[in-house]
Design a protein around this ligand. Structure first.
Ligand code: NAP
Length: 245
């Protein structure tokens, strides 16, 4: 699969595993980062040492100008983006009664506006090429809700609605748009949770344990394949059974 893939927020966590996996699949990978410059460079070196192709690109994906520049930089260095993985995200938890405007705006910007900005930037070339894969990282919180995460749940549910609209818009143009909804995955994002919260989450997972970033990367890789061309507008939970209907 010799395609150009851009993974947002790929210096660490799930994004890092996705970038590594897509490089193993044969893609030339653009490793986007906002603050983790060293980690992004280390990942590029790891991929390159293994015989793959990767390059690191700075850019806050919630900033419209930075997104424009990011896509321009990737195009000049590797070519137009053919596979876009909107992975960048953050949390800023708190009960609704105490949620500040900034808690809402920061999370909506990083988790939802970023997906709009990057997808809008990517879509024109994909339509022109009659081939594209957009894979958006949502969350089980966008499916089921979670107390203390009204901002994050709204953003992640928004990602699903957005993905379905765009999937319908470009379905006949060779572009698929799908979501992966991770459950409880071992990254910096979940490391900081209080022990009681970790136990409560684990007790709701039929498989009884946390997932690894690579579990999410496997699902992203599946949607990115040529052979997944008839699958669009879907949400695949990677959650050890947490959200079974
Ligand atoms: P993480 O370890 O905290 O990493 C977050 C990543 O997002 C970092 O690489 C960070 O980049 C990047 N990022 C945040 N804001 C950004 C911005 N404005 N521009 C560019 N990059 C930005 O989190 P993670 O667990 O890997 O999460 C990855 C995605 O999976 C997120 O969308 C998250 O909501 C989702 N998710 C995670 C879990 C879980 O259990 N871990 C569950 C469901 C969904 P820098 O370090 O360079 O700043």
């Amino acid at each position: 699969m010799a395609r150009v893939a851009l993974v947002t927020g790929a210096g660490r966590g799930i994004g890092r595993a996705v970038a590594k996996r897509l490089a193993e699949d044969g893609c030339a990978v653009a490793v986007n980062y906002r603050s983790s410059a060293e980690a992004a460079q280390a990942l590029v070196e790891e991929i390159t040492a293994a015989g793959g192709t990767a390059q690191a690109f700075a850019g806050d994906v919630s900033d419209p100008e930075a997104v424009k520049k990011l896509f321009e930089d990737v195009k000049n260095a590797l070519g137009p983006v053919e596979i876009l993985v909107n992975n960048a995200g953050r949390t800023q938890d708190g009960l609704l009664m105490r949620m500040k405007d900034a808690d809402w705006d920061n999370v909506l910007d990083a988790d939802l506006k970023s997906v709009f900005l990057c997808t809008r930037e990517a879509i024109r070339n994909m339509v022109r090429a009659k081939w594209g894969r957009i894979i958006n990282i949502s969350s089980v919180v966008g499916l089921t809700g979670n107390p203390g995460q009204a901002n994050y749940g709204a953003a992640k549910a928004g990602v699903i609605g957005f993905s379905k609209c765009v999937a319908r818009e470009y379905a006949a143009k060779g572009v698929t748009v799908n979501c992966v909804a991770p459950g409880y995955i071992a990254t910096d994002m979940t490391k900081v949770l209080p022990d009681a919260a970790k136990q409560a989450i684990l007790s709701g997972i039929p498989q009884g344990h946390q997932g690894a970033p690579e579990d999410v990367a496997n699902a992203v890789s599946f949607f990115a394949q040529d052979s997944s061309s008839y699958i669009t507008g879907q949400v695949l939970a990677v959650d050890g059974g947490m959200t079974m209907a």
